[in-house]
Each structure stands twice: as structure tokens, then as C-alpha cells.
Design a protein around this ligand. Structure first.
Ligand code: UDX
Length: 439
């Protein structure tokens, strides 16, 4: 079976590569000639563990190619995946579907035999139906069905998430489309991965339901962490004690500086916009968004409160600007609020991040970019952890002590045991646990 994938971002590239890993013939198409050229030369433009190996193997076998030409990719494909961006419209909550609809129009004009056009991008409920109408308008004689196949890939584990999913969700409205989609995912269903086959409308809503629920869990545990601080409880033990209940679970139950990334912030807003359109109240999700924004804005003042007036002349070392560990992505990362806010208070900032420095350099100004933890901490009055990189978990506190000027560590990911930090000669401020000043 031949597949075309339109869009070579986090979703399109991983999906195309993994489908080629299943043995299908895949062409990944992108308008960005530079990106296609680097992919053709084996350079992967995104940081995704394991992706390079999958791409290299399939390119070697010859069943994964990259192109800027949609025609060549579409005209002998049985399935065309649309995996283009659906950014939040500026100043609104709605997802911008311009790229999805434009891709559909182009595909409609290129189809030469029955094709299933699959929406992989995260889109509001009803988009598959809208795309079908738009494609028929573009080419009334085109033989196709539109299917919805949302992805549940986490950045940093996307390849593993694709190859070992909890389930595959397929939204189809015809037996022909169902047959094609079942063939595509046969490599997974054969190893007993459940296929949830439903309408495209339900499939679209499943994606938002999953992401909004996970975002809600994070918002919830962040507020419980605040309560722990107020009453003197310990969030790690509270989350463990509650999370061991199999109805609750331990995942997505760790406090942080507020969720970020290219999905949760976008998908929660899109769900609110969709509900508003249908006049259905979703106040819980609205509160999740408001609480998360409040939490993000509160991080810098929390740092300033520990440093006091000295913050104006302090040097603060920021460890981690990626929105989470194992990615180079800084979209909607906590650092985007924290660094400018601290600079506005007069602090000078040094930064180290194992993967996101390049994106950081293009985003922040007046920052000292450092190659490791300890050079970032050189003469720092405070060290602030924003991303839960494993590299930070194994920090050498004795070495850190020699580098810093001050003795303050603020940890927004609860990476350390308070006793270890205090014993190393630091005061330690983390989430949902009592602050520990020097003995
Ligand atoms: C998410 C969904 O998990 C994935 O299924 C979907 O396809 C895309 O969106 P991603 O955005 O890559 O994936 O990151 P994820 O690992 O889910 O984390 C999202 C945010 O929540 C990050 O900012 C992370 O730091 C934060 N988070 C996550 C917490 O603060 N606490 C947690 O316990 C887990």
C-alpha cells in the first residue's frame, strides 16, 4: 500500500517514518524545500529520540522518500494523511484550519482513483465533514472518503508512542474507508493493539477529550500542591497516596510550573471555542486554562519572593527552557514567561538546556548561554530548575556549591530530596513541600 503524508513536523514525520517501518511505501511531502532537502540528506530537523534510526533504515530500504511535489505523492497513494499545523488563531481560541483545507483542495484536484484522505492533525469536531464538502467543491468527480485518525504522540517519546500505542482511534463514515484504515493499522492490531473504530466526529472529540483531561489532571495536582504548601503536607506523598487508587493512577500527577507545549494550551482553548460555538458550558476546562495561566505568571514572583530586593542585582541560573524533558521544543514553555519577568525585575540570566539552546537563542535576548549546569551556575545567586531533564536529576551539589555565589535553589519540578539539598549547603524551595532554609 502507498501512503502520502502531508506535513513533516512532529506528527507528520513520525507518522510517515513509522508507517514505512511497517513496510508501506511512504512519501512525506512538505512545501518547505529546505526541510525536504535536509530530510533527503538524512538530517532530521526535530529532536525526537529514535526517529533518525527509523528514517535511516526506511530510506536505506527505499520505502521512505521526501518530496515537495504533492502530485507525485498523491496520484498512486491509497491513503493521504494530512498532518499540517493547526495553530491557535491569533487572539482567539479557535484552531486555524487554513492549512488543512488548502491541503484537502490540492489533494482533491490530484486524486486519480479512490483514496482515503486521513486527518491526522488535531482538528475541531466536525472538521472531517467540512473537509469532505470543501474537497467535493474543489473536484466534484473525485473518488474519496475523509477519515479522522488523531494521534496521541508525546514529544520526546513520539516514535515509541506510535509503535506501541494504547489504542488506535479511527473515525470513518464508509466501509471502504474502514477497510483501508484497518489495513494500515493491521501491523498494530495484529499485535492486539485495540482499534477504536467510530465516526469521524467522535474520533475528533476523543482527541480533545484525552488532552483536556490530561491538562485538567495537571491543573488539579498543581492546585493540590499549593494546598500542601499551605497546610504543611507533602505533595509527593499526597499524589502517591491518592494516585495508587487504580481509579486515579500516578501518571500526569506531578506538579510543575504549569503545562506548556504545542498541544495542551492549544487543545484546551480549541475545546472551549468548540463548546462555545455549540453553547455547551465547559467551565471545568475554562478553569483549567485560567488556573494554568495564573500558575505560569506566578513563577517569577515566587522566585523574587525568595531573593527579596536582592533580585534586582542578582544573577539567576535557569536550568531548562524546553517545555518538558526529552524535547528541544520551547513552545509555550514556562521559561517564556519566567526569563523576561526576571529580567524586568533587574536580574541577569544564564541558561543551560541539554537540547533547546538553539531555539532559545532565537527567542530570548540578553541571556548568557552556557554549555553545562555548572557554567550556568557560575557566580549565580540562585539556581532555578524549570525542566525535568534527567541530566539535572544527577546534579553534583558539591560542584554546584563551588560554582554559585548564593545558596538558593528553586526547583519547579521537584527533582531533589530536600534533605540532600540542605546537606549540600543550599536552601531549597520546591512545589507542594515545605521550603528548607540552610541549617
Ligand atoms: C501531549 C499529549 O500527552 C499527547 O498525547 C498529545 O498527542 C500531544 O500533547 P506533549 O504536549 O508532547 O503531549 O507533552 P506531555 O508529555 O503530555 O506534557 C504536556 C505538559 O504537561 C508539559 O508542559 C509537561 O511538563 C506537563 N506535565 C506533564 C506536568 O506538568 N505534570 C505531569 O505530571 C505531566
Amino acid at each position: 500500500m502507498k501512503i502520502a503524508v502531508i506535513g513533516t513536523g512532529y506528527v507528520g514525520l513520525v507518522s510517515g517514518a513509522c508507517f514505512s517501518h511497517f513496510g508501506f511505501d511512504v512519501v512525506c511531502v512538505d512545501q518547505d524545500a529546505k526541510k525536504i532537502a535536509s530530510l533527503e540528506s538524512g538530517i532530521i530537523p526535530i529532536y525526537e529520540p529514535g526517529l533518525e534510526a527509523v528514517v535511516a533504515r526506511s530510506r536505506q530500504k527505499g520505502n521512505l522518500t521526501f518530496s515537495t511535489e504533492l502530485a507525485g505523492a498523491v496520484n498512486d497513494a491509497q491513503a493521504v494523511f494530512i498532518a499540517v499545523g493547526t495553530p491557535t488563531k491569533a487572539g482567539e481560541d479557535q484552531a486555524d484550519l487554513t492549512y488543512v483545507f488548502e491541503a484537502g483542495r490540492q489533494v482533491a484536484r490530484l486524486i486519480t482513483s479512490y483514496t482515503v484522505v486521513v486527518i491526522k492533525s488535531t482538528v475541531p469536531v466536525g472538521t472531517a465533514n467540512k473537509l469532505r464538502a470543501i474537497m467535493l467543491e474543489a473536484n466534484p468527480s473525485a473518488q474519496f472518503d475523509v477519515a479522522s485518525n488523531p494521534e496521541f504522540l508525546r514529544e520526546g517519546s513520539a516514535v515509541d508512542d506510535f509503535l506501541h500505542p494504547d489504542r488506535v482511534v479511527i473515525g470513518v463514515n464508509s466501509p471502504e474507508a474502514e477497510k483501508v484504515m484497518r489495513n494500515l493499522y493491521q501491523p498494530l492490531s495484529a499485535s492486539s493493539v485495540p482499534l477504536v473504530v467510530t465516526s469521524s466526529t467522535s474520533a475528533e472529540l476523543i482527541k480533545y477529550t484525552a488532552n483536556c483531561y490530561l491538562a485538567m489532571r495537571i491543573g488539579f495536582v498543581n492546585q493540590v500542591a499549593d494546598l500542601c504548601e499551605a497546610v504543611g503536607a507533602d505533595i509527593r506523598e499526597v499524589a502517591l497516596g491518592a494516585g495508587l487508587d487504580k481509579r486515579i493512577g500516578l501518571h500526569y500527577f506531578a506538579p510543575g510550573p504549569g503545562f506548556g507545549g504545542s498541544c495542551f494550551p492549544k487543545d484546551t482553548r480549541a475545546m472551549i471555542a468548540m463548546a462555545r460555538e455549540h453553547k455547551v458550558p465547559v467551565s471545568i476546562i475554562e478553569d483549567v486554562v485560567v488556573a494554568n495561566e495564573r500558575r505560569r505568571v506566578a513563577v517569577a514572583p515566587r522566585i523574587a519572593a525568595v531573593l527579596g530586593v536582592a533580585v534586582q542585582k542578582s544573577k539567576i541560573a535557569i536550568l531548562g527552557i524546553a517545555f518538558k524533558a526529552d524535547t528541544d521544543d520551547i513552545r509555550d514553555a514556562a521559561a517564556l514567561e519566567v526569563i523576561p519577568a526576571l529580567q524586568a525585575m533587574g536580574a541577569t540570566i544564564s541558561v543551560f538546556d541539554p537540547a533547546a539552546m538553539e531555539h532559545g537563542r532565537k527567542t530570548f535576548s540578553n541571556v548568557e548561554w552556557c554549555n553545562d549546569i555548572y557554567s550556568a551556575a557560575q557566580n549565580a545567586d540562585a539556581v532555578v530548575v524549570l525542566t525535568e531533564w534527567n541530566e539535572f536529576r544527577g546534579i553534583d551539589f558539591a560542584k554546584l556549591k563551588k560554582a554559585v555565589r548564593g545558596t538558593v535553589i528553586l526547583d519547579f519540578r521537584n527533582l531533589y530530596l530536600p534533605d540532600d539539598v540542605v546537606k549540600a549547603g543550599f536552601s531549597y524551595h520546591s512545589l507542594g513541600r515545605a521550603s528548607r532554609s540552610l541549617l
